[in-house]
Design a protein around this ligand. Structure first.
Ligand code: SF4
Length: 218
């Protein structure tokens, strides 16, 4: 028998809850998420880099464009390519998250794993500054115009796969949620999504056909 969820379940980059999972052993606790939104939702914390086995503390990583135009995840100092272990984690974890019946997701801005759309893609990782080491309060830290080796901005690997797997799921990052209007719209969308999947579930439990379009069941 499947578990019933009273509150919306919302995925979140674990460091935003204050978990010490960042490359430097620190966190990025977000007071509004923890103390305000956290009263009304059930968090499902995920740290892609820790769960992929990179450990804490760890060498920071960057997104780097290779000669064949593919985007790789590369350690800043050693240039060790960690794309494959991250991809294996993503494939596994997204299937697990499909069973969590999430109603939303909050990602950590600027991270090469979790960043929604503001992660510098470097042509040369040797000179790149890790996006995760950048100060999120400093907009220039993720601005390619301020980085000689950055070509443009894109999503982190986990964030990109998450959006592709759950295209209708409300997803934001903590930096964009600092805007009150964007915050209000996100909360509305999360609760609307929660009502939708709860109604779909009730219909199915009553003997109706399973929804083919429901995310998380494909
Ligand atoms: S941004 Fe993502 S990968 Fe980096 S510490 Fe936070 S949860 Fe982990």
């Amino acid at each position: 028998m499947q578990r019933e969820y009273q509150k919306p379940r919302v995925g979140i980059s674990a460091c935003l809850l204050g978990e010490r999972v960042r490359y430097d052993g620190g966190h990025k606790r977000d007071a509004w998420l923890v103390e305000v939104l956290g009263r009304d939702v059930e968090w499902v914390p995920v740290c892609p880099e820790v769960e992929a086995g990179f450990g804490t503390p760890r060498e920071p990583i960057d997104l780097v464009r290779g000669a064949d135009n593919t985007i790789r995840l590369v350690a800043v100092d050693t240039q060790h390519d960690v794309t494959k272990p991250m991809q294996r984690f993503i494939d596994r974890r997204l299937e697990e998250l499909a069973a969590e019946r999430l109603s939303g997701y909050v990602l950590k801005a600027g991270s090469p794993s979790c960043g929604l759309d503001d992660v510098p893609i470097h042509d040369d990782g040797r000179n790149a500054r890790s996006a995760e080491t950048a100060d999120p309060a400093d907009a220039s830290s993720v601005n390619p115009a301020n980085s000689e080796s950055s070509a443009f901005l894109d999503s982190g690997l986990f964030a990109k796969a998450l959006r592709s797997r759950f295209p209708n799921l409300p997803i934001e990052d903590e930096r964009r949620l600092a805007d009150p209007e964007r915050r209000r719209r996100f909360v509305e969308r999360v609760f609307a999504y929660h009502r939708h999947i709860s109604a779909t579930r009730s219909f199915e439990n009553a003997g109706g056909p399973a929804s083919e379009s429901r995310e998380g069941t494909k």
